[in-house]
Design a binder for this molecule. Structure first.
Ligand code: SAH
Length: 637
């Protein structure tokens, strides 16, 4: 086995350039500082600044350090700047070494890292302006590079980066068993992911005709999903003598696209020694920076389970080329795409067993792997399998008010964890499922059971009525996971929260439009919240003229709370303020009452009820509550 073309085929990115640093100075102080910096970068070249030598060095070097005013540097390098994937790292230092400014190629180019090193060495300060660094978030492009993932569309990176900074987290769907930074939330399904890590051209399909657009609107719900491509495809390739690079390229593209695979995921090509000097093949490999792995016929003939061809044997000495070459070079037992012949080219594709195995295979287990070893271990060997918990909101009560997505998650789950009443309401959906149900006050036990079940390899749906993130289970699952010591974590659990229609949406819809303006929702249950806190919130919301939605208004053990709440709100609102009382919204026993603040306690209020109290502008009409948004004052109708 031999690896050809290795160094010369990879000359496109920073990582492939010889690590070379040039330090430019203008003044004597600058030169002295440059010499001092040699203590940190012994192989750096020192040059008197002159615009003439710069263009050549720009393309050759990985780092350019300028000891001079930033303005001079900006003006000089402006015409040379091309692309963050190609431009060198540019660091500017004042001649006293007080500030090291990362000016260009901060992430992929490494300027931020260099500026920090220099500041540390000189006892100065690094000036870094990239938002992710400032916010202590990992840089997406750097993370992708460190994990050997190719970025499919660079124009999306700033957009995803902004979302990352604004939200403090990104949702990631990965078909690889990668260790993700804390701020990357692993999601179980791709439609809601900001980042999709897959070698599939379109993660929503199994095969894809080349002409069809990717990511149809119905499938992908996130605008501008960023695809990161693992380098894990190996192409076994055979071709007739004299086949052009163009024909090889076209065939590879057509076959991969037809099988819904991304070209960017190609890690290497593999062929027989006879083809090691085939010009078309070499040119194609060079164009994309692929290495070519060469096998002798004897090696190829040792691979079991391949259909032999006498014709191929006569021509090459091997009974087959593309299929055994792909399997050998991938270290795999099965093919992803069996032999496909088009024109003069034959291709077979195998997947590297594990993306990370690539380095082992090349005999250079990297330091990176050791340093990023995760305390979280996957429970199964399958890279596709991640333990899943769906925290599902089932809405106010009836099946048709559960979102299709939530229904789908329930269908996909092996075990349903929930509380009796809510489960009764969705009987239809869960009749064939294993169900774990405990009483109302045993939420913690339920959550623990859900996590344990998921860790044992099951897909679990934790069911909450209404929305799972409103007085329900979502927070509890996360708190539980957050509180566990690292040593207790045995799985890479992925948790997905699936929203549901909350009682306030359901009840408001029955009442008309009471929540058209700012509102506060307050639970009157003091089971987990001290009563004085609840009173303070009632007081504040009433005073600030919020519409108020009261959850958990009354139970058998807490009959007084609603009276006290009423008393507080009465201090700030007129007795005739409209009040809506909805019991069992969207359930068989639904009852809707519109009354006013003065009379609200005359009506039946229980734990299946939500009470909505209008603000000073809320009115009634045709037995409906309407809180104005303000269109009328603006003369809009
Ligand atoms: N997660 C749920 C709230 C759970 S707290 C949600 O988002 O709706 C339980 C309280 O919600 C009940 O005491 C009641 O105040 C309210 N509630 C839940 N379902 C309701 C329904 N169908 N009609 C009226 N109120 C409801």
């Amino acid at each position: 086995m031999d690896i050809a073309n290795k160094s010369e085929t990879r000359s496109r990115m920073h990582e492939d350039r010889q690590d070379s640093t040039v330090i430019f100075y203008i003044t004597d102080n600058g030169r002295a500082l440059a010499q001092k910096l040699r203590g940190r970068y012994p192989r750096a070249r020192i040059e008197k600044f002159g615009a003439d030598s710069l263009p050549a060095l720009w393309n050759e070097c990985t780092t350019l350090i300028f000891i001079m005013a930033a303005g001079i540097v900006v003006r000089t390098i402006a015409p040379l700047i091309k692309d963050k994937k190609l431009d060198p790292a540019v660091v500017v230092i004042d001649e006293r070494g007080k500030f090291s400014i990362s000016l260009l190629s901060g992430h992929i180019g490494g300027a931020n890292e260099r500026a920090r090193q220099i500041a540390e060495f000189l006892g100065g300060e690094a000036v870094i302006t990239t938002a992710s660094d400032i916010n202590h978030l990992p840089s997406i492009d750097l993370w992708a590079q460190e994990n050997a993932l190719a970025i499919e569309d660079w124009t999306l990176v700033p957009h995803i980066g902004t979302r990352f900074i604004n939200n403090g987290a990104l949702r990631v769907y990965s078909e690889l068993d990668l260790t993700l930074p804390d701020q990357f939330l692993r999601v179980a399904d791709p439609p809601f992911a900001d980042i999709v890590i897959t070698n599939k051209r379109d993660v929503y399909r199994t095969s894809l005709p080349p002409s069809e657009p990717r990511c149809p609107a119905h499938a992908c719900r996130v605008k501008g999903q960023l695809y990161l491509r693992p380098k894990n495809l190996v192409l076994g390739i055979g071709c007739n003598s004299g086949t052009s690079a163009q024909e090889i390229e076209e065939t590879v593209k057509n076959i991969l696209h037809g099988h819904n695979l991304s070209l960017l995921s190609i890690e290497r090509l593999a062929t027989i020694d006879l083809k090691s000097k085939e010009p078309g093949l070499i040119d194609f490999a060079k164009k994309y920076g692929y290495e070519i792995v060469i096998f002798a016929p004897d090696d190829l003939n040792k691979v079991n389970g391949i259909a032999p061809s006498e014709t191929v044997f006569k021509a090459t000495g091997a009974y087959a080329v593309a299929e055994p070459a792909a399997l050998l070079a991938a270290g795999a037992d099965t093919l992803l795409i069996s032999k496909q012949k088009a024109g003069n080219v034959t291709i077979a594709v195998a997947e590297l067993i594990n993306h990370k195995d690539k380095e082992k295979w090349e005999g250079k287990e990297s330091e990176r792997q050791e340093s990023s070893a995760s305390p979280i271990h996957p429970c199964t060997d399958s890279p596709d399998h991640h333990e899943k918990i769906y925290i599902v909101g089932t809405g106010p009560g009836s099946i048709e008010h559960i979102t299709p997505y939530a229904q789908d998650a329930i269908r996909k789950s092996d075990v349903i964890v929930g509380y009796g009443t809510y489960l009764d309401l969705i009987q239809e959906l869960i009749k064939d499922k294993e169900v774990v149900s405990t009483g109302m006050t045993q939420e913690v036990d339920r959550c623990k059971a859900a996590v344990e079940l998921a860790e044992s390899g099951k897909t679990v749906a934790v069911i909450s009525g209404g929305d799972p993130g409103i007085y329900a289970m979502a927070g509890l699952v996360f708190e539980l996971l957050k509180s566990r010591p690292q040593s207790a974590i045995t799985c890479q659990l992925s948790v997905e929260v699936i929203p549901g229609i909350s009682a306030l949406n359901a009840c408001a819809s029955r009442l008309g439009a009471p929540l058209m303006h700012d509102f506060a929702s307050i639970s009157l249950s003091d089971r987990l919240t001290p009563w004085d806190v609840i009173e303070r919130r009632l007081e504040a919301a009433a005073m600030a003229d919020f519409v108020i939605a009261l959850y958990n208004p009354k139970s058998r053990g807490r009959v007084e709370h609603i009276n006290r709440a009423h008393e507080i709100i009465m201090k700030y609102r007129k007795p005739e303020t409209p009040v809506g009382i909805v019991k069992g919204a969207m359930r068989e026993n639904e009852a809707v009452v519109i009354t006013d603040l003065e009379h609200m306690l005359d009506h039946d209020i229980d734990m299946q009820t939500t009470v909505i109290i209008g603000n000073s502008k809320t009115s009634t009409w045709n037995n409906l509550m309407i809180t104005p948004r303000g269109y009328e004052q603006k003369g809009k109708y």
